[in-house]
Write a protein that binds this ligand. Structure first.
Ligand code: NAD
Length: 268
């Protein structure tokens, strides 16, 4: 490939199985010469598939519930130890809504579920950066990316409270990104990805209709998980050093469309 990440060290959250965006990113990071630690929630690791990725990429796995500061401290300390130096890139690829899982409507959620989903999907990004910041664990000109979805800006009814969680996540990227840029020259961005058939994606009610609609609306078509991995690699590389505090749409053009010929055909 291009050796874009040669000599760089990273932490990759959220590879659950081969469909995961984080899984594809780990494979691409390895191809580009990076070394990294893989992490996920203990329950997700017990499902067993992460071992396959670890073997394939020569990586170690450190379990961490991303809502636990204690787990995150252990993760960051061990990663620096294993990788033999500070961190150059971090991927936050985590999302979960208990209300979606339990079929609660947006207008009448269980608020304990709301709080849990917000903690996992959004505040975990703040907690991760808090630990990295306090421990001064990032190298200068490092890059931190979290994945998000356009429901943070526009209404997609079945995305439920994940829309609010993503809006919060994107705001954290800007707010924390200021301090990370000022003190460590580290950039922080979110990538707003097309609907993608992963475990999390398929958990959204009406996902099939959703992904087909988006495909028809986007002049370039939906972006795949592998294409998202490629874009993320470019954000970890030295070619994007002055991009920070941004929400970057990676969606084949969907976010700027009003309507397309392919969609109009259904109404004529
Ligand atoms: N699939 C899509 O359509 C789509 C579109 C835009 C953005 N995204 C975002 O991409 C990211 C990755 O999702 P994906 O589509 O690859 O699905 P995925 O289901 O493969 O990944 C979600 C990951 O979150 C992890 N996770 C959940 N709770 C956790 C916790 N407490 N601590 C640590 N990890 C935890 C899961 O174990 C899993 O690995 C998410 O932020 C998601 O919202 C997905």
């Amino acid at each position: 490939m291009y050796n874009l990440l040669k000599g760089k060290k990273g932490i990759i959250f959220g590879a659950l199985n081969e469909h995961s965006i984080a899984w594809k990113t780990a494979e691409r990071a390895k191809e580009e010469g990076a070394e990294f630690v893989l992490t996920n929630a203990p329950a997700s690791i017990r499902m067993g598939q992460l071992e396959v990725l670890a073997k394939k990429t020569g990586s170690q796995i450190i379990p961490a519930d991303a809502t636990s500061i204690e787990d995150l401290e252990n993760l960051v300390e061990k990663s620096v130890e294993i990788l033999g130096g500070k961190i150059d890139f971090v991927l936050h690829s985590i999302g979960m809504s208990v209300n979606v899982r339990k079929g609660k409507p947006y207008t009448d959620p269980n608020y304990d579920f709301t709080t849990k989903g917000w903690d996992v999907s959004a505040v975990s990004f703040h907690k991760t950066m808090n630990v990295l910041f306090k421990k001064k664990a990032m190298n200068n000109w490092g890059s931190i990316v979290a994945l998000t979805y356009m429901a943070a800006q526009r209404v997609f009814p079945d995305y439920n409270d994940m829309a609010d969680n993503k809006a919060y996540l994107e705001s954290i990227a800007r707010s924390f990104g200021y301090y990370f840029g000022r003190d460590f020259k580290v950039r922080v961005n979110t990538i707003s990805q097309s609907p993608t058939p992963t475990t999390a994606g398929n958990g959204v009610k009406g996902f099939d209709g959703f992904i087909n609609f988006s495909e028809k609306m986007s002049p370039l078509g939906n972006a795949t998980a592998l294409e998202c991995a490629d874009y993320t690699i470019s954000m970890f590389s030295d070619l994007t050093r002055k991009v920070t505090l941004q929400n970057l749409f990676h969606d084949g053009g969907f976010s700027n469309m009003g309507v397309s010929d392919a969609v109009m055909e259904n109404f004529e």
